[in-house]
Design a protein around this ligand. Sequence first.
Ligand code: MLT
Length: 390
Amino acid sequence: MSGGEEVLFSITRAHLDTGMRGFPVGTCPLSDVDPVKGLSYGGYPIAQLAERQPEEVIYLLLNKQLPDAAQLAAFRQELIKNSRLHPEMLEKLSALPRHGHPMKWLMSAIVLMGMYSGTGDYRKDCLQVIAQLPEAVAAIFRIRSGWGELIPSKPELGYMENFAHMLGAPGAGPELIHLLRVFNILHMDHGGGNLSTFVGKAIASGHEDMYGSLAGAMAGLAGPLHGMANQECLRFLKTVAKDIKDPSNETQVAEYVENLLNSGGVLYGFGHAVLRVEDPRATVQYALGEKIAAKDPLFRLAVTLRKVGSEALKKRGKVSDPYPNVDAVSGCLLSACGLADESYYTVLFGLARCVGIAAQIAWERTEARGGKGTPIVRPSYLYTGPEIKA
Ligand code: MLT
């Protein structure tokens, strides 16, 4: 049997209307999510990459190999050269309604970026969008939060260092830069089939440009079952904290979790469609939290929940993944380091995830199938409506 005829998955009726959970629909050479080993980029487990420089990891996702020193220096220059937003873009952002959710601002910013500087070339636009997004996202924070004048970009500081500089978050501690670097790397990519990436690639398969495809992808990320789960997880932690006197008291927290689950409530930050172990991105963040936020009450609560939450879910059985995922702990670290408003957390996720989505779109459009690109996405739906009249 040739490779092309190999049976990978048999679809039965029971598989229909289940969100294509686990159906292989394509190939992706950039990143992988193994149910047990978790996330890897270009063959490197995420835990080995988390403390590297974001620029090295972006290079890895774009080139499928880590850069040597000369390649990294040249790539940094490319990012710096492409990093400036069109000045009119900032005026347009300033006109957006303040009450709109920050994710709506991000989608608008990406569409505007395309109108001002899109080239129509997927590879060029991939680099450009990655280079420009930090300034756009910093502007979203400052304009929408009323933090005052925009802070001029200094891209030579480094990709995430410049972002933290332009953010100028009032009350941010010195640990914020470290956290933002790790957060950015952990959230850059998650295989080919997560909702936002899949949607972005599907849009691009109709030959919509990079910016329209990414804006659509960010609409996918904005749902609370996907990227906005980080916002919801912090809200959940804050709610639990109101009823718990000592966040490290396992008995108290376990009792809370039991009552919550018995009354049909949701334990936010647990479970994943693919993973069957603790999300390695969560593992990295728990370890980082012990270094940068060890005394923060919400972080301590997240650590207690890590244990008692998993125990409660395992006891109940029937849960395919009773372990914490990436969102269980990211929000409390961001809040401990000075970014208190959780409605911006998904924008930080988007800033990172656009790297992986843009890289996957560029690969599908310019390299896949010997350079022909993947065809337009067009699955079929089985008709179950009224009988078709003759
Ligand atoms: C992600 O990072 O995209 C989420 O963990 C969701 C997913 O992989 O489906």
